[in-house]
Design a protein around this ligand. Structure first.
Ligand SMILES: [Zn+2]
Ligand SMILES: [Zn+2]
Length: 291
């Protein structure tokens, strides 16, 4: 089923909180679906294959595919050029079995990083698709602040692959929320867009407003671990309408970047306090060795 189109976005009634499988267009009231993404889904539902190919060819002629990072021409949509692909550090083993922080040298299974040994996180495991560095920064900042939301599908597919060992235990997906004032200013929650696409890829239900950010916290860019912990303390609640959906479930928290893990820890604690069985985390990128 498809929500009602209004002002260039797809909206649905507030009581529709879960998004499962192919129902990408079912979204909660707090997130709007960008028109191009919604339209592409409508097109895929409505047109036979030969017509879709013709429309795709026509769209490619009108909007030639470009690299998700540097905008150089590439062969197909939702990809990187070879230069950007070579510079982005996709995280692969060996890494910390808990937080996913990559190790420089091969280590045995189940090894933990110094950060997890000294400050064990509240979530049981976390994974990230890539390192946050000079090569990945343009994609992430553009996606987060620059209205460049068209890579959401590709970015979610990288995340889905990075979290492959976590998915079997997951019951529901929940994004880290924005405070309503920031959501109003930015007009979209980048973590919710990633969560929506991860719901399609994993087949797990997505609760885009399972968590509420009740305190408008300042940006954490230059804060250290303790400052970040204090900054997010008491900033989140589980949405009363989603308490039953979180109870006894293992939740996959989704965010764009993990730095110290303070936000993920706070949200994990809030979910556990509300009755969740466990919490794991999946982010697009992570800062190396900080957690
Ligand atoms: Zn490029
Ligand atoms: Zn670790």
């Amino acid at each position: 089923m498809i929500g009602k189109a209004r002002h260039g976005a797809i909206t649905v009634s507030p009581h529709q909180r879960a998004v499962k499988g192919e129902d990408l267009v079912w979204i909660s009231h707090c997130v709007t679906m960008p028109e191009p993404l919604a339209n592409s889904k409508i097109m895929s539902l409505a047109l036979p294959t030969f017509l879709k190919q013709s429309v795709t060819t026509m769209l490619d002629a009108l909007l030639p595919p470009v690299c998700l990072s540097c905008d150089r021409p590439v062969a197909s949509h939702q990809t990187l050029c070879s230069a950007c692909w070579g510079q982005i550090h996709f995280i692969a083993a060996p890494f910390c079995s808990c937080c996913g922080s990559p190790f420089e040298i091969p280590v045995g299974d189940g090894m933990l990083c110094a950060g997890c040994l000294s400050h064990p996180p509240v979530f049981t495991q976390a994974r990230a698709a890539m390192l946050y560095n000079d090569a990945s920064k343009p994609i992430i900042l553009g996606f987060k602040h620059g209205d460049r939301i068209h890579p959401a599908r590709a970015l979610a597919s990288w995340m889905h692959r990075a979290g492959q060992e976590l998915w079997p235990d997951i019951d529901v997906i929940a994004p880290i929320p924005l405070h309503r004032l920031r959501l109003f200013k930015r007009r979209y929650n980048q973590a919710a867009l990633l969560a929506q696409n991860l719901g399609v890829l994993s087949g797990k239900p997505v609760f885009v407003d399972a968590l509420l950010r009740t305190k408008p916290t300042p940006a954490q860019g230059h804060m250290n671990r303790k400052e970040r912990q204090a900054n997010v303390k008491g900033a989140f609640n589980v949405n009363p309408h989603c308490l039953a959906a979180m109870k006894d479930k293992t939740v996959m928290l989704v965010d764009d970047v993990m730095t110290t893990g303070a936000t993920l820890n706070e949200c994990s604690q809030v979910l556990l306090d509300a009755g969740a069985r466990g919490v794991k985390a999946l982010t697009l990128a992570r800062v190396k060795g900080y957690a």
